[in-house]
Design a protein around this ligand. Structure first.
Ligand code: ADP
Length: 747
């Protein structure tokens, strides 16, 4: 700001006047002094002057002295005046400076106000009594009054809804409020802080932001999510219902096809019946996958934590898949590192499912070579790495992440060669993640795939007592002759762990050449090298090699007799279990004894069931399923009685009890008209309790495979659980379990 121009001129004028006056006074003083000097010169000469002149002299002197004193005083005043003028100038400069700064501060305050108002934030300050000490325009708009009119009042918009309040480390309170404002309802997100007011007292400064739009969006999202969840639940219920409805007739199709295959048929009829059975089986596995996935999606995947033998689980899964692999001419083998705890805690059924899916895929996508399933310890404590490796078609890099999503397949074209739903890996990944593990794949097109699962499975407390007996083969030399790149190396690894020195040779000519090189304790020869090779080797092996073991697949058993004659001392059925391998190296060398190795059971080889001739009441409303159950029971040697619904079943049961010929077991369909299976079971249990008669085992027949169905069954007093579709074996197993001592619900 500029100083006032008039004031500046006045100061200058005064200064100029001071200078000039001083100059005039100085001249007057000089003239007075000169006058006094002249007077002195005139009157100091002889002859002496008269007294009149002398008085004038005195007066002149006094006058000159007074004028000189006045001049001195005037000069002092003028100097002081100059000083004051300089001070005034300095002060004026300071005033100018301060005015400039004041002007800038006002501008900055205006800018800030403009900014706040543009942001639209609501600002209000209140003292301890809640009285407004400051409010901006936006707050005024909320209350519906100008900000000045609110000052000193406790006016505030009504709170319609209060959100949760959180406090930050610096004491700021953060909360949302729905307010009923002058402009209608709105959501404000507040930040309240304690500040010092102008009078030094504490005040609460609240800065609020209008989040009405955001809150609306969030609300809409929450509603959409609730709707989606409800739809998801409805989808799961729908799938469960559809699956139930499909399973029931499927039970009839599969069961009847089975029964038909047991009757005398022409080769053409057998082919058709087999086709019906295969298609039915495929439909069943499809339904099961969809149902399983919907169950997992609905968050209904409950895991068990029970001790189980990890090695056995892997060997059984591999044995189950072996016929499929061997039918394609593939090798399949497993290896379980002995450093792993023999028994671990986890969900064995779900792990079995994971292994079947990974190894099943490996077989499906492999045409040459084979599949290896390996379990070894991971780097962290209790960590187990499951590896499923194949020599198949491989997976392109871009498809490797995609295949773990639902309904995703590496080859999504309509001309794809391999069937499937694309759900298996999605289910597998979810199971593994639910177990707290990870799954990944390494693969290259044409170079096979390796799926790796990492899981933490704690050892079972009884693990040390059930440790496997490990043979000591230190100093034993074993030659394995096999073209397989899968099971021979894994067998060599196993024998090596037990201390043996091993050598894997791909064909019999090299083997014959290597044989004389050293003393061998055992030679294992794969049937896959061909009959000529087998015989040639048998001839060239020194009889000193005590163990001459054949490796065969179940379908090659027919050749055993001839090969025994050729000089082999024993055999192992592929895929070879670790326990069978150990048994071959610890027991008698001459072991063509079929009972010794725990080889896989082939279909039709199972021992006859030791129980038969049970009197079975079948409560089933579906005629075809009732017919099937009756036919299967008759084939198993039992005596079935059919009841068309729950009420008839209870009636039959009571009548049989009264006649003293109670049923040995009841097969109870769960969903029946009039009285359903659970209610009928409750009535039978009640009658048993009233009469004090022994408990009749009751097995539930159901197409619902959910865990809670099992729980419901157990709660209703059922002893077993048979999921449709069932076949002869599963029916026999369920009967055995229910009539035996076990009270576990059968799958
Ligand atoms: P599905 O086998 O029913 O198609 P999955 O979810 O089990 O469904 O597998 C998804 C896809 O991943 C398969 O379609 C296939 O393209 C690919 N895939 C899975 N395992 C292998 C494997 N071992 N080798 C090659 N491709 C595989």
């Amino acid at each position: 700001m500029q100083a006032h121009p008039e004031a500046t001129g006045e100061v200058r004028a005064r200064a100029l006047f001071g200078h000039r006056t001083a100059a005039v006074l100085a001249r007057i003083a000089i003239v007075v002094i000169a006058f006094r000097v002249v007077l002195a010169a005139l009157f100091d000469h002889d002859p002496p002057i008269d007294t009149t002149v002398s008085a004038a002299h005195i007066w002149a002197t006094i006058a000159a002295a007074m004028i000189a004193a006045a001049c001195g005083a005037l000069a002092h005043l003028l100097r002081r005046n100059r000083q004051l003028a300089a001070d005034v100038r300095r002060l004026e400069a300071r005033i100018e400076d301060i005015s400039d700064r004041n002007f800038e501060l006002k501008e900055a305050a205006e800018r800030m106000r403009g900014l706040f108002e543009t942001l639209g934030d609501v600002i209000v300050r209140r003292d301890d009594d809640g009285r407004v000490t400051y409010a901006n325009d936006a707050y005024g708009a909320l209350v519906g009054r100008p900000p000045d009119a609110i000052l000193g009042t406790v006016l505030a918009p009504a709170v319609v809804e209060q959100g949760a309040v959180t406090a930050t480390a610096d004491g700021t309170r953060i909360h949302d409020q729905k307010l009923d404002t002058a402009a209608g309802p709105c959501w404000i997100a507040w930040r309240d802080v304690q500040v010092r007011g102008t009078d030094g007292r504490a005040e609460t400064q609240s800065v609020g932001r209008d989040i009405t739009d955001r809150a609306g969006t969030e609300r809409a999202l929450a509603e959409a999510r609730d709707l989606a969840e409800a739809a998801n639940r409805a989808k799961s219920r729908f799938l469960a219902m559809v699956s139930h409805e499909i399973r029931t007739p499927l039970n009839g199709i599969l069961g009847m096809a089975d029964l038909m295959l047991d009757t005398p048929l022409t080769p053409e009829q057998t082919a058709y019946a087999n086709a019906v059975k295969t298609s039915g089986g495929m439909l069943l596995s499809l339904i099961e996958e969809i149902l399983d996935f919907s169950k997992i999606e609905a968050g209904r995947l409950d895991l068990e934590a029970r001790p189980f033998a990890l090695g056995l689980l892997i060997e059984e899964a591999v044995e189950l898949l072996a016929p499929r692999a061997q039918a394609k001419g593939l090798q399949i083998a497993s290896y379980v590192d002995e450093q792993l705890a023999p028994r671990v805690i986890g969900d064995v059924a779900r792990l079995h499912q994971v292994l079947l899916n990974l190894a099943g895929n490996a077989i499906k996508f492999t045409d040459r070579g084979g599949v290896a399933v390996i379990a070894e310890p991971g780097a962290r404590p209790d960590e187990i790495i499951l590896v499923v490796r194949d020599t198949g078609i491989g997976i392109a890099p871009d498809a490797q992440a995609r295949i773990f999503d639902e309904f995703e397949q590496a080859d999504a074209s309509s001309t794809r060669k391999f069937g499937g739903t694309g759900l298996g890996l999605a289910i597998t990944k979810r199971i593994i993640e639910r177990m707290g593990g990870r799954i990944g794949v390494e693969s290259a097109v044409g170079a096979g795939s390796t799926f790796r699962v990492s899981l933490s499975l704690p050892p079972a407390p009884d693990a040390s007592q059930t440790a496997r007996a490990v043979p000591s083969l230190t100093g034993t030399a074993v030659m394995i002759v096999s073209p397989s790149m899968i099971d021979a190396p894994l067998m060599a690894r196993q024998l090596g762990r037990w201390g043996a020195a091993t050598c894997v040779i791909a064909d019999e000519r090299i083997a014959t050449a290597v044989l004389p090189e050293r003393q061998w304790d055992a030679i294992m020869v794969d049937h896959a090298i061909g009959t000529a090779g087998l015989e040639a080797l048998a001839r060239s092996v020194d009889q000193q090699v005590t163990r001459r073991i054949l490796l065969i697949t179940p379908t090659e058993r027919h050749a055993l007799a001839a090969l025994k004659d050729a000089g082999y001392t024993g055999y192992l059925v592929k895929p070879v279990r670790a326990a069978s391998l150990a048994a071959r190296f610890t027991g008698n060398a001459d072991t063509f004894d079929p009972e010794l190795p725990p080889t896989p059971v082939e279909p039709g080889d199972e021992p006859p069931l030791s129980y038969s001739g049970l009197s079975v009441l079948v409560a089933e409303d579906n005629e075809i399923n009732a017919l099937l159950a009756r036919a299967l029971l008759v084939r198993l040697g039992h005596r079935p009685t059919l009841a068309g619904n729950g009420a008839i079943a209870v009636e039959f049961w009571l009548a049989a009890q009264a006649a003293g010929v109670g049923y040995d077991v009841v097969l109870m369909d769960l969903s029946m008209p009039e009285i359903d299976g659970t209610e009928a079971t409750r009535r039978i249990r009640l009658a048993e309790a009233e009469r004090g008669c022994p408990r009749t085992p009751i097995i539930a027949l159901t197409a619902n495979a959910f865990e809670e169905d099992r729980e419901q069954c157990a709660a209703a007093g059922l002893d077993g659980f048979l999921t449709k579709p069932f076949d002869r074996d599963r029916l026999a197993a369920a009967l055995a379990l229910a009539t035996g001592s076990s009270t576990t619900l059968a799958a």
